[in-house]
Design a protein around this ligand. Structure first.
Ligand SMILES: Nc1ncnc2c1ncn2[C@@H]1O[C@H](COP(=O)(O)OP(=O)(O)OP(=O)(O)O)[C@@H](O)[C@H]1O
Ligand SMILES: [Mg+2]
Length: 287
């Protein structure tokens, strides 16, 4: 079981031995907003049919990273390969097509405020399929039941709690039975019992759909429970990406501190502001 966790941006899925299929290959991904470098030279092979958890201090670019995977943001440099297609190089129709493979829950839920939960959940089906309204009704009812929102179909996002919005976003992300699921903090704002249900749902989706899941969370107990792989973004770098157990056993001070939630270590309180040097930062600077 002594599987290597590769570090310093050269992460790959070879830790578990040969033959692990790759769902998404990220190569040298680099992104700046103006003078602010968000991440630099991030490379990883995200394994197919597994749950990969992305961790990192607030403001390190986890949400920005997920948006690159579906082509909502374009990198300054680097590639994102899905099914032989390089997402940043795709335009219009080709991008639209490849996006059908993805189910995405954004951090803020991103529901349409002027649509009921029913219409929000039905939206991807109406947009991307030719299903009849009767078929759509069945699928929407099933997904809303899955997230515990039966009976709330007619409510609007403005009328429900944050946790309910989150769960509605979850239902919407699942209606197309996606091959690849991106969840950005699906558990934030959920109570402990619903978080436990969510974790069960994730394990279920993996087993039943064989879906590849990439989940951003700050909740380490969830990571421990559901992660097959864990990646840690810190100061513009992918510090580590590897099998979950290896990460929990890691001696790397950043990984250790983050997974332990300790105050002692290289990570400080104001991480998101600690971006000295910006362009060309080495990743080891600024402590
Ligand atoms: N569209 C944008 N334009 C300019 N800057 C942006 C944009 N989107 C994100 N940023 C900046 O990129 C950095 C990373 O943001 P991101 O939302 O990815 O952080 P995060 O790791 O998801 O944090 P959190 O854990 O708080 O959600 C932040 O400094 C943010 O202000
Ligand atoms: Mg975020």
């Amino acid at each position: 079981m002594a599987r290597a966790v590769k570090t310093k941006g050269s992460a790959s899925v070879d830790g578990g031995g040969a033959g692990q299929d790759v769902a998404i290959r990220v190569v040298g991904l680099t992104k700046s907003f103006g003078p602010q470098t968000i991440f630099q030279d991030v490379s990883m092979d995200i394994p197919k049919g597994q749950v990969s958890i992305v961790l990192g201090p607030s403001g390190t670019g986890k949400s920005v990273f997920l948006k690159h995977l579906v082509g909502l943001l374009r990198p300054d440099r680097g590639e994102v390969w899905v099914d032989g297609k390089n997402i940043p190089a795709l335009r219009d129709r080709a991008l639209y097509d490849v996006r059908k493979k993805f189910g995405v829950l954004f951090q803020d839920g991103a529901l349409f405020g002027s649509m009921s939960l029913y219409d929000n959940t039905a939206f991807p089906l109406r947009e991307h399929t030719r299903k009849s309204e009767k078929e759509i009704r069945e699928i929407v009812a099933e997904k809303l039941e899955l997230v515990g929102l039966t009976g709330a179909e007619r409510k609007f996002p403005g009328e429900i709690s944050g946790g309910m919005r989150k769960r509605a976003g979850l239902a919407r992300a699942l209606v197309l039975e996606p091959e690849i699921i991106l969840f950005d903090e699906p558990d934030s704002g959920l109570d402990p019992v619903r978080t436990a249900f969510l974790n069960e749902l994730v394990i279920d989706l993996k087993e039943k759909l064989g879906a590849t899941m990439i989940i951003v969370t700050h909740h380490i107990p969830s990571a421990r429970q559901i992660a097959d792989y864990i990646g840690l973004l810190f100061r513009r770098r992918l510090v580590s990406f590897g099998p979950a157990q290896d990460m929990f056993d890691s001696k790397d001070p950043v990984v250790k501190q983050f997974l332990a939630g300790a105050t002692e270590g290289p990570i400080g309180m104001s991480e998101e502001k600690d971006r000295p040097g910006e362009q060309g930062g080495s990743g080891e600077d600024g402590a």
